[in-house]
Design a protein around this ligand. Structure first.
Ligand code: ZN
Length: 90
């Protein structure tokens, strides 16, 4: 029997490591200029990481170095502060 269910791309949250459908997670992208930004439509080029749209995951991901590890880089304190601010919306 062939499965008729559509393939849903799954991604892992960098903070809580829960696997969720890609569209339910927020993509962060490491741009060529060295900054990490929230990638609203998921189309920016660069190494990406995903976080749940939850304040807890943003704080955990940003302050415990999970994001740095997934992106294989070190976020500047300014960049972290900027992203944490974005996380205030969740
Ligand atoms: Zn999470």
């Amino acid at each position: 029997m062939k499965s008729t269910s559509k393939h849903i791309p799954m991604r892992t949250c960098a903070a809580c490591h829960e696997v969720k459908p890609k569209r339910e997670l927020i993509r962060l992208v490491h741009l060529e200029n060295g900054c990490v930004e929230v990638d609203i439509d998921g189309k920016k080029n660069g190494r990406g990481a995903y976080l749940c749209p939850s304040r807890a995951c943003w704080i955990k991901g940003l302050t415990h170095g999970h994001l740095d590890r997934v992106l294989r880089m070190t976020l500047t304190p300014e960049n972290k502060a900027q992203l944490l601010e974005r996380g205030n919306n969740y």
